[in-house]
Design a protein around this ligand. Structure first.
Ligand code: CUA
Length: 327
């Protein structure tokens, strides 16, 4: 018998496609608090599932009672029974249930004061609109990077959050709860990722026109791999920076090994190794980078990056060559 795949298999194909799409979505939960990859996120997910489960049970009980009241067989009840039912169902049950959930929820809170020093300290400075990320060295000095966070798995990293000019809320859903970076304050958030992987962090508080464009990549490495990453990140750039300097980029951006240290814009020393540009706004490709240089306001409203549309095309291409070589 002839086989007609187009006809007969269409529903099966749709089902297979739906399953594949669901599986793919389930396999890449880069920004999901319900796919925890760290101890703190595990607690958040546990709290969510228990609260959702308890809420569902209460909802079913209340709906059951309501449906029974409307369509159930009407039998006369004593006043005594009615009083007891109201006291038990309206006072005692909610009090006990809410108290139990409250105690359970509080038991999952992280300790208010940490006495153990963290394994790694990362200073995150919220800027309008980028994240400055500095890794504290053993001697207390810092290695500066931007818009991407790298941490080792199986270790506790303390994020020290502050800001000179804007309030962002630093949130890596797969690793734990969120914490605000507020001008004039220093907030501390500890995260203990358990699984290596690539995750996505976001800003969780409205901070202006580019609020939705304040994402950042998060890479959780195996410890040895993290050490290698840090060692590479420590290397200065050894490149001919003439196009970068001619365009005046060095007035705002630091490329270690090239010129003065400027911190108006993000550090670009290993820019080409980052997955995204403009803080998670665009994939880090040559075409997107050209678009960013020519029309930053169109890509990211409110960003302080000026347009370089006035540069001759060959200068733009020279600048792109330089930036793409910053591995
Ligand atoms: Cu920063 Cu929203």
């Amino acid at each position: 018998m002839a086989h007609h795949p187009m006809h007969q298999d269409l529903p099966a194909r749709l089902v297979a496609a739906a399953i594949a799409a669901t599986a793919a979505a389930g396999c890449a939960p880069q920004q999901s608090a319900l796919h925890p990859a760290g101890e703190e996120a595990e607690r958040v997910a546990t709290l969510f599932w228990y609260m959702a489960g308890a809420g569902a049970v209460v909802w079913l009980l209340v709906m059951g009672a309501a449906i029974y009241a409307v369509i159930g067989r009407k039998r006369p009840q004593s006043e005594r029974f009615a009083d007891r039912f109201i006291v038990a169902g309206g006072v005692i049950f909610p009090t006990v249930a809410l108290a139990a959930l409250l105690v359970f929820g509080l038991s999952l809170l992280p300790a208010l004061s940490e006495t153990e020093p963290p394994d790694l300290r990362v200073h995150v400075t919220a800027r309008q609109y980028f994240w400055q990320v500095e890794y504290e060295r053993a001697d207390g000095t810092r290695l500066t990077s931007a818009n991407e966070v790298h941490v080792p798995a199986g270790a506790t990293t303390e994020f020290v959050l502050t800001s000179p000019d804007v309030i962002h809320s630093f949130w890596i859903p797969a690793l734990g709860g969120k914490m605000d970076a507020i001008p004039g304050r220093t907030n501390v958030l500890r995260l203990s990722p358990t699984k290596p992987g690539t995750f996505r962090g976001v800003c969780a508080e409205f901070c202006g026109p580019s609020h939705a464009l304040m994402a950042f990549g998060v890479q959780v490495h195996e410890p040895a791999d993290f050490a290698r990453w840090i060692a590479r990140e420590e290397q200065p750039a050894a490149l001919d920076a003439a196009p970068f300097e001619r365009a005046g980029c060095a007035g705002c951006h630091t490329v270690r090994g090239v010129g003065e240290l400027a911190s108006v814009g993000p550090d670009l020393t290993h820019f080409a190794a980052r997955r995204t540009l403009a803080a998670g706004t665009l994939a880090n490709t040559r075409q997107n980078l050209r678009r960013w240089l020519l029309d930053p306001a169109g890509v990211k409203p409110g960003a302080n990056m000026p347009s370089y549309a006035m540069l001759p095309p060959d200068e733009i291409e020279a600048l792109l060559d330089f930036l793409e070589a910053l591995h």
